[in-house]
Design a protein around this ligand. Structure first.
Ligand SMILES: [Zn+2]
Length: 138
């Protein structure tokens, strides 16, 4: 089943700001929202951005502290939302790194990546294979 992610221009602007503020390091956030099963695809609607600290403080990787992760999942749940996507930024191309691929396999939800050098968003999901996910700007 194909997946599409719907996100507003305003939310994308927030993520771009987060990426800029975190430079030179990678930034990260969880995106909370809803899943909707359509006839031919699954639509993911982003309703809330839960920004996180990059515990790695790195230009090539990110991680979120376990305690913060629990807190963010609880925040999403308190709003009746689910964590629908993982966002992080790359100072380089918006393509999953080998480390990303490892974690994408463990977290088979949509990964949204922003390149702060190419000013470009791309989304992917890794189930049996890596697939690019369509970004629908609302
Ligand atoms: Zn990455």
């Amino acid at each position: 089943m194909k997946t599409r992610i719907q996100i507003s221009q305003n939310q994308l602007a927030q993520l771009i700001d987060l990426a800029k503020l975190s430079l030179p390091n990678e930034s990260c956030a969880l995106l909370a929202g809803e899943f909707e099963e359509k006839e031919t695809y699954t639509e993911i609607r982003v309703l809330k951005i839960l920004t996180a600290k990059n515990a790695d403080k790195s230009v090539i990787s990110f991680s979120i502290d376990e305690m913060e992760l629990i807190d963010l999942y609880e925040k999403a749940e308190a709003d009746g939302l689910q964590v629908v996507s993982i966002f992080h930024s790359h100072p380089s191309k918006p393509i999953p790194s080998s480390t990303d691929l490892k974690f994408m396999k463990i977290n088979p939800i949509v990964w949204l990546i922003y390149s702060s050098s190419m000013y470009e968003f791309r989304a992917y999901i890794l189930t049996e294979k890596l697939e690019e996910v369509e970004i629908e700007r609302s």
